[in-house]
Design a binder for this molecule. Structure first.
Ligand code: SAM
Ligand code: DTB
Ligand code: SF4
Length: 352
């Protein structure tokens, strides 16, 4: 066990007053490795400077086209390359999507995210989704869709329909990426994010932890995300859900490598610190997570969760569980999307 070093001087975690896009992987590793109570203090200070305290945004997911995806993402139950429990379903019509959005709003969600298992949609599919976006937007919900790779005109069509966010994850570091997906490159993903930015959409992009990647890979992902200028307005951090039939389920059954809860907390804190004004979403993998781990993730700066008992195809914590959780933690659901309230700033005195 180590003794404290009272003469140790702490290096600043970040330069005061400036949003940075030039983080190095080594710096982000250093942030992740900061003594935990200090890391949580820094992350919570940044959170308070940018967002209301004690509040978490509620989002609802809906899979609008399920399964039979030609991509080979090793974590995903929707890939046609793997045999999972899923029954593929074709694109839902706009009316059915809208009725799910109405239910989501009634349960307290302020954001509605629609996901389709496509490699890249056709223009006709983009038009069909645009009709749904117009309806969901008219309900006063923030809208997000994730449809795979997009061209710039397609991104523009979605923006014209009133879409707020496009979700397209980088998933992991450039170095680890090839072990997870072979049918789409890292560069392809960055190109889609670029097309969305050009169309004036806000970006929702993050990744997955717990796939057997290293701490350096987690830092590498955050470094890539923070290099985007402006920072993505929304950063989902998913904890891998090991779905039977997927390659990652098989690999992690053979060589168990569960991510310690505190490593998830450290990753979230580092995301908060390097992207102070972004909504950081504690996304997939909350089912079965303890109250204590949830509390630490919120302390680390996570300020959005998916509500309801279903994500896209996998189970989620569920309404009753979340209501009790937030009650016990003394937290409330935000009454409007947090991206409306963000004031990206780095607080004076949060380093040192
Ligand atoms: N097909 C689109 C795409 O990938 O571009 C959108 C849908 S895809 C399901 C959205 C994201 O969900 C993925 O990028 C991944 O980060 C996350 N995801 C999928 N399966 C997951 C799993 N088993 N555990 C955790 N996150 C997962
Ligand atoms: C994101 O990063 N996480 C959400 C959302 N974007 C679309 C999806 C999580 C999916 C979890 C597995 C499933 O439900 O199939
Ligand atoms: Fe397809 Fe998206 Fe799943 Fe990859 S993550 S297999 S692109 S649905």
């Amino acid at each position: 066990m180590k003794h404290s070093d009272s003469n140790a001087t702490q290096r600043p975690l970040f330069s005061e007053g400036a949003l940075r896009h030039d983080w190095t992987v080594a710096e982000v590793v250093e942030i992740i490795e900061t003594p935990l109570t200090e890391l949580l203090f820094q992350a919570q200070t940044v959170t308070r400077a940018n967002f209301p305290a004690g509040v978490v945004e509620g989002a609802q997911l809906l899979s609008i086209k399920t399964g039979a995806c030609p991509e080979d993402c090793a974590y995903c139950p929707q890939s046609a390359h793997y045999e999972t429990f899923l029954t593929p379903e074709k694109l839902m019509d706009a009316e059915s999507i809208l009725s799910e959005a109405v239910k989501a709003k009634e349960s307290g969600a302020t954001r509605f995210c629609m996901g389709a298992a496509w490699r890249s949609p056709s223009d006709k599919q983009v038009d069909a989704v645009s009709e749904a976006i117009e309806g969901v937007s008219a309900l006063g919900l923030e809208t997000c869709v994730t449809l795979g790779m997009l061209s710039e005109p397609q991104a523009q069509t979605l923006a014209n329909a009133g879409l707020d966010f496009y979700n397209h994850n980088l998933d992991t570091s450039p170095e680890f990426y090839g072990q997870i997906i072979t049918t789409r490159t890292y560069e392809d993903r960055l190109d889609t994010l670029d097309a969305c930015r050009t169309a004036g959409l806000s970006l929702c992009t993050g990744g997955i932890v717990g796939m057997g990647e290293s701490r350096r890979d987690r830092a590498g992902l955050l470094t890539q995300l923070a290099a985007l200028d402006p920072h993505p307005e929304s950063v989902p951090i998913n904890l891998l859900i090991k779905v039977p039939g997927t390659p990652l389920h098989a690999k992690l059954q053979a060589e168990p490598d569960d991510l310690p809860g505190l490593e998830l907390v450290r990753t979230i804190a580092a995301a908060r610190i390097v992207m102070p004004g972004s909504v950081v979403r504690l996304s997939a993998g909350r089912e079965g997570m303890s109250d204590e781990l949830h509390a630490l993730c919120f302390q680390a700066g996570a300020n959005s969760i998916f509500l309801g008992d279903r994500l896209l195809t996998a189970d989620n914590a569920g309404e009753d569980t979340d209501e009790r959780l937030l009650n016990d933690l003394g937290m409330t659901l935000a009454d409007q999307p947090l991206s409306h309230q963000a004031r990206p700033s780095v607080p004076e005195g949060a380093s040192s």
